[in-house]
Structure formats: structure tokens, C-alpha cells
Design a protein. Structure first.
Length: 221
């Protein structure tokens, strides 16, 4: 059995991992899918910084007595994973980036796709409706989308813990310009292996079986 902690992306919450969580749980794994502060079922709470999200994850690991957990982040969840790993490295077995950026130390998420304008930390970004091949699923997702606080994306990423292995999963139909493409191009330049799923960017929702299989394969579960 493997313990997974799955972190959602922008405009989403714990609900975006619902389908993957059910598959992993049915296979006998322990799965936690917290909503980050300011998002999902915690969107009523203010976010001070990226450190807030790191503390969300660190507190979960402490409260649930989790050890050797696989910490996975989808999309914007990648920056929360990196920030949490800097605090919790001894309790983590692996980091998995699911179509997510893995910024270099000192980089800010807002700078991954070009110079960012000077924006206030208090800014909260509204969601845009998603368009999916399954209209019923799209309606379900759009009913749950919420705003995303900007502040965490304005903070530099901490140094990477050297002793936590990293795995990368990308989606074949993610449009160019997404931050995950920056990480993918860097891996290509370094000839670093990664997995590509035949899916759109919202793979945890649209292709949960592919994501669950990729997570368990990377975790050796």
C-alpha cells in the first residue's frame, strides 16, 4: 500500500481528484486530497503566501502521521508540492508533477511563461469555464470552479531537497503556453525521462484511470 497526497491545480479544489482518489482507494492505497487555503472548500480563507500552501500540506502530514508519502501536484499544484517538499522532505517518498511546473529555486510561477506585470498580492483571479469532450462532466466542473489567489504565484520557489526523487507526467493535448511546458522543455534538454498521457490538461478529471496508473507506476505501488 502507498500513501498518496494529491494537490489540485488553479481554480479547483479537493474535488478535482475525486475520480482518481476513488480508483487508488479501491486498489488499497491511502489517499488524501486536501484543498489549499483560499481554494475549493477553503476558498473563504485568506492566503498570505506560497508558504501558506506549504503549511497546509505539512500540517496534513503531521496531523495524519504520514510518512514516506507520495506527494503529487496537478498544474499549479506543482508549486505547492515544491514548497512543501522544502519543509517535509524526510516524510516524502517521491514528488510527482502531473502536467505541472517544477520551477527552479528562486523562480516565481508568474514568470514561467514570460515577464509578469507588477500585480498586487491581494489579487484574486476569476475562473474561466472549461470546455471538455463530455458536456455533463464540463457542467459538473464549471459548477465547482472557484477563484485562485495570486499571492502564492508571486513568491520565489525554495531550494529543492536533493534526496526526494521526482517523476513527471505530462498530457499530450495541453496547449502551448501552459507553465508545464517550461518544465517539459527543460527535461527534454536534459534528456530526462517522463511519461506522456494521451489526454487533455484536466486528465485527473477526464482520464482518471490513466492518471491513477501513472501515479502507481511512478510510486512503484
Amino acid at each position: 500500500m502507498t500513501t498518496f497526497v494529491l494537490i489540485h491545480g488553479a481554480f479547483r479544489g479537493a474535488w478535482s481528484w475525486q475520480r482518481v482518489r476513488r480508483l487508488l482507494t479501491a486498489a488499497g492505497h491511502e489517499v488524501f486530497t486536501p484543498s489549499l487555503t483560499g481554494m475549493g472548500d477553503r476558498r473563504h480563507l485568506p492566503v498570505a503566501s506560497l508558504e501558506t500552501w506549504a503549511l497546509d500540506i505539512a500540517t496534513l502530514l503531521d496531523d495524519e502521521d504520514l510518512d514516506q508519502a507520495v506527494l503529487a501536484g496537478h498544474s499549479q499544484g506543482g508549486i505547492a508540492v515544491v514548497a512543501a517538499a522544502a519543509r517535509c522532505a524526510p516524510r516524502l517518498a517521491r514528488l510527482v508533477f502531473v502536467d505541472a511546473p517544477d520551477p527552479l529555486p528562486g523562480e516565481r510561477a508568474v514568470d514561467l511563461t514570460g515577464p509578469a506585470p507588477d500585480l498586487p498580492r491581494s489579487l484574486v483571479l476569476p475562473p474561466s469555464p472549461v470546455s471538455l469532450d463530455d458536456p455533463a462532466l464540463a457542467a459538473w466542473v464549471n459548477a465547482r470552479l472557484g477563484p485562485t489567489p495570486l499571492a502564492p504565484s508571486l513568491d520565489p520557489l525554495p531550494a529543492r531537497p536533493p534526496d526526494v526523487p521526482r517523476s513527471y507526467v505530462f498530457c499530450s493535448r495541453t496547449p502551448p503556453g501552459y507553465p508545464s511546458w517550461v518544465t517539459r522543455s527543460r527535461l527534454d534538454a536534459a534528456a530526462h525521462p517522463y511519461t506522456v498521457l494521451d489526454s487533455d490538461h484536466d486528465a485527473p478529471l477526464t482520464h482518471p484511470a490513466l492518471v491513477a496508473a501513472a501515479l502507481t507506476q511512478d510510486a512503484g505501488a
